[in-house]
Design a protein. Structure first.
Length: 414
């Protein structure tokens, strides 16, 4: 049985009350709550004495050990090697840095391929670098009916002149999980580099970097129960050749060469605890095996709640759901609107009257929102489920939305 009660005890913020009611967090896609061992790891690092790297004294050497353990943890999480893992301010900053490095070899004869469904970090990082090099930018279109990428013309979009293909594993706005096999297959045929935004995917299902056959992968620890820090995983051979912008005295070897300036060491010191929390929910002989097992349990729990929410919202005539068809895999992220209602007003009402924390907007998936005509009306309302959410909380959200609709309609009729 899924240990929801034990899991909830490991998140101190879940005890918070607002306006006399216990808070229900449905804003996980924007940043999850933080597990207590993660918090304690950060406090422990700061309490025992902080230090920068390369010192001949304990606190400096301890910092280096924390970084080493963090790299190994992320390698286990992604089926990668520790020397392929680099940290940064956030995924967007790392994308911008890697894009500038890769683009040094691009010319006007090249093209890059991005998508219409992605968070703009995995679009504009590459687009702006392409503009600097006068390199063509091509978009894999989104099908606004299925809210999935239209891959029918991938063979034409990705050709012998394509330098990189950047695609999301899962939409942070509507939850659609991308079937990237056709994309990676075509990219391999023409020798293009495959870059994946896994920020939204990592908290919800197991990511095997090598099985996906991708070259570069980005994610952020604050989406999977940890601190605000970005993570890049770059295949060793490509990483070695990557020419990054760096200070002259800074390391020129991997992965350090991508880690510009002094890193957020207290956050890095907590990354191992993030991964260990996930692993603790599974079984197996190794941490990697436990992680895979844990994600199976997490998916089952989250999908159960997501289906409950989707089905209930679908039964409300005034609610419009934005989701891919049933046969398309999705994360437990549900985007919707309420006819005639401002998404910001809905979110404020849910917070003030029901202590339900839920977000609205385009969530930086602005191209998709534009194509759906939603930016003019405030974007989506987005409910994101996490391993610590309960059926009771999900029912609370459903009943609160039903009540909002009833009150809203009554107001409209007056």
């Amino acid at each position: 049985m899924y240990p929801i009660n034990e899991i909830r005890k490991r998140f101190p913020s879940l005890t918070r009350e607002y306006n006399g009611k216990q808070v229900a967090y449905f804003d996980g896609p924007g940043g999850s709550q933080v597990e207590k061992n993660v918090i304690e790891a950060m406090v422990s690092y700061l309490s025992k004495g902080t230090a920068n790297l390369h010192g001949e004294f304990p606190t400096s050497m301890e910092t280096e050990q924390h970084i080493k353990k963090a790299r190994k943890a992320i390698a286990d999480l992604m089926n990668a090697q520790p020397n392929e893992v680099a940290f940064g301010q956030n995924s967007t900053s790392l994308m911008l840095s890697v894009a500038r490095g890769l683009s040094k070899t691009w010319t006007s004869a090249n093209n890059i391929v991005v998508t219409e469904i992605d968070h703009r970090s995995n679009v504009d990082s590459w687009l702006t670098a392409a503009e600097d090099q006068n390199t063509e930018v091509r978009f894999i279109p989104v099908d606004t009916e299925t809210l999935s990428l239209d891959l029918s013309k991938v063979a034409d979009l990705i050709d012998e002149n394509t330098a990189i293909v950047a695609v999301t594993l899962a939409s942070n706005a509507v939850g659609t999980i991308t079937d990237i096999k056709a994309i990676t297959k075509r990219a391999r045929q023409v020798g293009a580099i495959v870059v994946v935004d896994a920020v939204h995917a990592v908290p919800h299902y197991y990511i095997n970097r090598d099985e996906l056959d991708v070259d570069i992968l980005f994610c952020s620890a604050y989406k999977f129960f940890g601190p605000h820090i970005g993570i890049s995983v770059i295949k060793e051979d490509l990483f070695e050749k990557l020419s990054v912008y760096k200070l002259k005295p800074a390391p020129g070897f991997i992965p350090d060469k991508l880690e510009t300036g002094t890193q957020n060491h207290e956050a890095i010191a907590a990354i191992e605890s993030c991964v260990n929390f996930i692993a603790s929910l599974g079984t197996g002989d190794t941490r990697s095996e436990k992680i895979q097992s844990a994600f199976s349990a997490i998916e089952e729990h989250e999908d159960k709640l997501a289906n409950l929410l989707r089905n209930a919202l679908a039964d409300i005539p005034e609610v419009t759901l934005y989701q891919a068809p049933d046969n398309v895999a999705k994360t437990p992220t549900i985007a919707f609107t309420i006819n005639g209602a401002d998404p910001v007003d809905v979110c404020k009402w849910l917070a003030e009257n029901h202590s339900i924390f839920i977000a609205s907007g385009d969530f930086y998936a602005s191209t998709l929102a534009d194509k759906l005509g939603l930016n003019e009306t405030g974007g989506w309302i987005r409910a994101g489920l996490a391993p610590y959410n309960t059926e009771e909380e999900t029912t609370r959200l459903i009943e609160a939305i039903q009540l909002y609709v009833a009150k809203h309609l009554s107001y409209q009729k007056i």
